[in-house]
Design a protein around this ligand. Structure first.
Ligand code: URA
Length: 413
């Protein structure tokens, strides 16, 4: 059992270079193999939060009233652009959202990569700028920067020591940044399935429970939705293609699963923020969510009047015969998008903003022979064969409809 003092000492020592990588690696491997108790995980999280600044926006006012500060976090999915329509919806309903967000690594995309495909958009915001944006437009999406610096160092070490895949380490890593960003309540979207970090419902449920408890015990009321991530969300996977689809949702259209999850998470966020009587769906119909998105993007330097980039090289996959679109493996589509250049293999690598996959037929939809099923986009023609190979085997066209899974599996907290 690690004592509170030992945890505080090792997190502080590692953050400031007094504990060597080799020593921390050994401890991380011990945690990876043995797990941590609830008390240890809680203290580990608190120590990581304390390694940097903890934002406090409770003094801010908007229209003479204090802000209802709420945020959501997703554990990462394929085609998971939900933050982009969700934040403006809850902003339009009267909540304020300080969102520390991340860039993609491996097969899951990052919200910042998607938003940075908007010409001029920046996520490198100072604390003063975040404060100003929260009181003027009601939302800010920013790189975690100096929040929980211990996590940044420890995550990089976990990445090279194969110790990422540990429930207490994932829970403390996510929650340290979310507790430091200044939200007063949190909604977590914990993904489960082929395209998620966690493949089984039991594992996802355990992670959700630990993160909800970490938030609540820190005084930040936290709840989680467990949602399906076997099939990509919506009809696009990549960067600019996902922004385009999010704009369709904000204009009152867009794929039904993206709209449904956006509204379910918005309802949870508004309830957590204590905002009654607002209708999230109406903000998509009446354009108020779109207005909030435009205001947020403009505040962060983005120019939505300029065209979004799209890969100059494209290839379309067509149906070999008619039938019904079968199951679609989110991991295969994610790896195809990654090979096209939408994601990175190493932290810090550039991504191609215009790379990605457009899905023309989702599971259960009728397909005619020769019809387009997928369009792949990239700037680099040499990337196409690898991407096509990843997609191969990720889909079928058959005679019968695939089993449809519920999008929202459970609610925890
Ligand atoms: N995301 C994080 O921020 N940390 C993890 O450990 C895993 C996913």
């Amino acid at each position: 059992m690690l004592s509170d003092a030992a945890i505080d000492w090792v997190i502080d020592g590692y953050t400031h270079g007094r504990v060597a990588d080799e020593q921390m690696s050994a401890l991380l491997m011990a945690i990876f193999l043995n797990g941590m108790t609830v008390a240890e995980t809680t203290r580990w999280t608190t120590a990581m939060v304390a390694s940097g600044e903890r934002f406090d926006f409770t003094d801010l006012r908007r229209d003479g009233r204090s802000l209802a500060l709420v945020d959501k976090h997703s554990t990462g999915g394929v085609g998971d652009k939900i933050t982009i329509p969700l934040l403006p919806v809850v902003m339009a309903c009267g909540a304020a959202v300080p969102q520390a967000s991340g860039r993609g690594l491996g097969h899951t995309g990052g919200t910042l990569d998607k938003l940075e495909s908007i010409p001029g958009f920046t996520a490198e915001l100072s604390k003063d700028r975040i404060r100003q944006q929260l009181s003027e437009v009601g939302g800010a999406i920013f790189a975690a920067g100096e929040l929980a610096p211990a996590d940044r160092k420890i995550y990089a070490l976990r990445d090279i020591t194969a110790t990422v895949d540990s429930t207490p380490l994932i829970a403390s890593s996510v929650m340290s940044k979310k507790l430091a960003e200044g939200a007063q309540s949190l909604v977590l979207d914990v993904k489960v399935g082929r395209g998620a970090f966690l493949k089984t419902e039991d594992d996802a449920r355990e992670l959700a429970r630990i993160m909800v408890d970490l938030g609540n015990s820190d005084g930040v009321p936290t709840r989680a939705l467990l949602t399906d991530m076997n099939c990509p969300l919506g009809r696009t996977v990549g960067n600019s293609v996902e922004v385009t689809e999010s704009l369709e949702v904000l204009a009152g259209g867009g794929p039904s699963d993206v709209v449904a999850l956006t509204l379910a998470l918005a309802t949870e966020m508004l309830d957590a923020a204590g905002i009654d009587g607002a209708d999230p769906a109406e903000t998509l119909r009446d354009g108020s969510a779109m207005d909030c998105f435009r205001a947020l993007v403009a505040a962060q330097g983005g120019d939505l009047s300029r065209p979004l980039p799209i890969g100059a090289v494209s290839e379309t996959v067509t149906a070999p015969h008619g039938g019904v679109m079968g199951d679609l493996d989110a991991m295969g589509v994610a790896l195809a998008a990654w090979r096209l250049g939408a994601g990175r293999a190493q932290p810090g690598e550039p991504v191609q903003f215009g790379a990605g996959v457009r899905i023309h037929r989702k599971p259960g939809e009728p397909v005619a022979a020769g019809e387009a099923l997928f369009t792949l986009y990239t700037e680099t023609a040499e990337r196409l064969p690898g991407a096509l190979a990843e997609l191969d085997g990720a889909w079928t066209v058959g005679d019968t409809e695939p089993t449809q899974r519920p999008l929202i599996i459970d609610r925890i907290g």
